[in-house]
Write a protein that binds this ligand. Structure first.
Ligand code: NAD
Length: 461
């Protein structure tokens, strides 16, 4: 038998999703040698089974809604049907183009060796893939997360996770979605626009329960107007599946029949079977235990992205990766703070937020917290798009904008500015001094800040 080969690197990165490839690219820029190990495809969940294909599907959904509402614009057009294979060709095409671009980026980065295969830690410096040892001065764990399911509910057949939902050869005619958070509402929105009958079952009292209740309420109202069934505060007792359909039985006895059931109750970190504990890397409920500098319980080993408890977002993975690479290179980057990361929920209407919700701010700062809700009814561009919604600002007592919460069609595109305010700790007076272009949806942010600064223009104080 031949001896296993060994190769040494400045960093060995296990997993090439958003967190892993970002680590590798930044480390390579900083002159390091990197082994980037991936068992599937570079780009991970975000590119192949998450952010990108779902947004492409939502783009198709938006086109269908535009046509459906064309009569109100004076246009005559109808949606005569949905060609599921054509939709898939479009979404796959977007993914493929981005994948090629990413492969090119990684291949062109001097210092990165891409390794295809499933890796496992043999010691705290070594990842072994098919008998070959990749030894790193530093080790970066970036194996991401996978869909969870409910106790007693096995995924397969008519019961889907988001991964299978994106591969369906048809648009389901009736679907029940368990879990009314980000993934649940994105699929509900897309499928409803493409003609499905959709019911969402959420255990907590509101949809998107992690967001400010002002957004949850508006989303729920908008979904009900779109004839999306919403059962909040509902407990799933059982999911029965047959060859051609399935039934979700709720604890109150209601039975919801569907062609497919989508389970969207969260994602679990992928840490089993990597050999972590054996080399001294501790986990807690599957998440890798890290300090604020993303160091694991083994000093030269780090974890990035969904393996680290907190927001499971691709852009957090990018930020973690960049941070860890710079740290390994001996720079002194600022740690990544979840509280300052923007969040977007891509449905119709879209949600976007950054910073503290009103109740979080009150908990932290007490009664002096001020809020203002600007109704998009007063925003010209939103009127043209036919969207309702709001921009809600949360202000620290006499101080900076601590949180921005928005709902409206495509409002996610505005989160960049909101994020700057919160990250830079800007006061409404400072923001009110920035001229916002007219007519844009972005103006709504400016108008809301003008109110908190005591000089409303197109709004009532
Ligand atoms: P989630 O953890 O955000 O929400 C799960 C939801 O399921 C919660 O609202 C929970 O109350 C509900 N739930 C749990 N058990 C239930 C039950 N038995 N019956 C009914 N409801 C139940 O999970 P997700 O929406 O699956 O998303 C997974 C992760 O992926 C999240 O961390 C999310 O942030 C991330 N993600 C982000 C985006 C985005 O940023 N746009 C998109 C997709 C996924």
């Amino acid at each position: 038998m031949s001896q296993p080969q060994a190769t040494e690197f400045d960093a060995v990165v296990l997993g090439a999703g958003s967190g892993g490839y970002a680590t590798a690219l930044r480390a390579a820029q900083l002159g390091m040698s990197v082994a980037l190990i991936e068992r599937d495809k570079i780009g991970g969940t975000c590119l192949h089974a998450g952010c990108i294909p779902t947004k492409a599907l939502l783009h198709v959904a938006e086109a269908a809604e535009s046509v459906r509402h064309s009569a109100s614009l004076g246009l005559r057009a109808t949606v005569d049907g949905v060609d599921a294979a054509g939709v898939r060709k479009f979404t796959d095409g977007v993914v493929t183009r981005l994948y090629r671009g990413l492969q090119g980026l990684v291949a062109a980065a001097p210092g990165i060796v891409s390794v295809v295969g499933a890796g496992r830690l043999s010691d705290s410096h070594t990842v072994t893939v098919d008998g070959i040892h990749y030894i790193g001065r530093h080790l970066v764990l970036a194996t991401g997360s996978a869909p969870r399911t409910l106790p007693g509910v096995r995924l397969g057949g008519r019961i889907l996770s988001s991964t299978e939902a994106l591969q369906l050869p048809e648009i389901p005619s009736r679907v029940v979605i368990i879990g009314g958070s980000v993934i649940g509402v994105e699929f509900a929105s897309a499928w409803r626009s493409l003609g499905s009958e959709v019911t969402i079952v959420e255990a907590l009292p509101s949809l998107v329960p992690q967001e400010d209740p002002a957004l949850s309420r508006q989303l729920e109202r908008a979904f009900r107007r779109r004839k999306i069934g919403v059962r909040t505060g509902a407990r799933v007792a059982e999911v029965e599946q047959r060859d051609d359909d399935a039934t979700v039985v709720l604890a109150d006895g209601e039975k919801l029949d569907a062609d497919y059931v989508l389970v969207a109750v969260g994602r679990a970190p992928v840490t089993g079977d990597l050999g972590l504990e054996a080399v001294g890397i501790k986990t807690e409920q599957g998440f890798v235990r890290t300090d604020e500098r993303l160091r694991t319980t083994v000093p030269h080993a780090y974890a990035v992205g969904d393996l680290v408890r907190g927001l499971q977002l691709a852009h957090r993975g990018f930020a973690h990766g960049t941070f860890v690479a710079e740290q390994i290179a001996g720079l002194n980057p600022a740690p990544v703070t979840d509280a300052l990361i923007p969040r977007v929920t891509y449905c119709e209407p879209e949600l976007a937020s950054v910073g503290l919700t009103e109740s979080q701010a009150r908990e932290r700062y007490g009664d002096g917290v001020r809020t203002y809700e600007y109704n998009l009814g007063g925003n010209g561009r939103s009127q043209i798009r036919g969207t309702t919604g709001l921009v809600k600002l949360v202000q620290e007592p006499g101080g900076a904008v601590a949180g921005v919460h928005m709902i409206g069609s495509r409002i996610g595109e505005q989160v960049g500015e909101a994020s700057l305010w919160v990250n830079l700790g800007l006061h409404p007076d400072q923001v009110a001094g920035i001229v916002h272009a007219h007519p844009t949806q972005n103006e709504a942010l400016g108008e809301a800040a003008l109110v908190l600064a005591g000089k409303p223009l197109h709004a009532h104080a």
